[in-house]
Design a protein around this ligand. Sequence first.
Ligand SMILES: Nc1ncnc2c1ncn2[C@@H]1O[C@H](COP(=O)(O)OP(=O)(O)O)[C@@H](O)[C@H]1O
Ligand SMILES: [Mg+2]
Length: 244
Amino acid sequence: MIRCVDVHKSYRLGDRPVHALRGVNLTIDRPGFFAIMGQSGSGKSTLLHLLAALDTPDSGELWLNGKPVHNLDERALTAFRRREIGIVFQQFNLIPTLTAIENVQLPGMLAGESREFLESRSRALLTALGVAERASHRPDALSGGEQQRVAIARSLLFSPRILLADEPTGNLDSASAEKLWRVLAGVAREHEITVLMVTHEPAAAANCERIYVLRDGRISGQIGTEGLDAAGVASVYQQLVRAA
Ligand SMILES: Nc1ncnc2c1ncn2[C@@H]1O[C@H](COP(=O)(O)OP(=O)(O)O)[C@@H](O)[C@H]1O
Ligand SMILES: [Mg+2]
């Protein structure tokens, strides 16, 4: 479902190139809840942007749901992104003047979906995510955890096969973060999709079945989390980062 082959990406900072991704190789070929873990500046957000089809690699291959995304033009990329990839961010990115349910429906309205479809799909998603009773509230009347659930519901509107999450609990207290990790694990299981979360926190990554460690723009190792708690993950992660 996700396959990166020797993916490179650079930015220009003035006249200095910043080589953010230096040959990423990564294959995730089944549904489940996975993490990419790395220090600040290791390239996590850059990689997630490529996986979200928001940007294209400078070189290398990027296959998503069996399609060669590195070969798609801008128009095809936009259509692909809308239908096949969901993404949620640390800042929730809800529209403050719309209610929760209107926020969920918005991408569908922009895509010209029918009212009937949007009404039933958005209700079902808010119910599945445990925020149905908050449907007619605006974001500022919701807790952070509730806002993120609404954002997840919105990201699932078109039944994507891949859900990407960039530090999704970065703005939540630890109790809300714990709940949200369970929600993401549940989404992966119930919708049978690949949920890939970027994080620098061992407590977050410990909820995933496998952790890919990103270091200096490359995947430098993997951690299977079976039998590991957050402290165990932190310790294996530190060893990997030191050894690399
Ligand atoms: N738009 C940009 N312009 C220039 N440099 C960037 C840009 N975005 C990221 N970078 C640089 O690329 C590297 C990787 O950044 P990023 O992917 O945001 O890492 P992370 O999410 O792991 O903190 C960093 O050195 C960062 O400063
Ligand atoms: Mg980042």
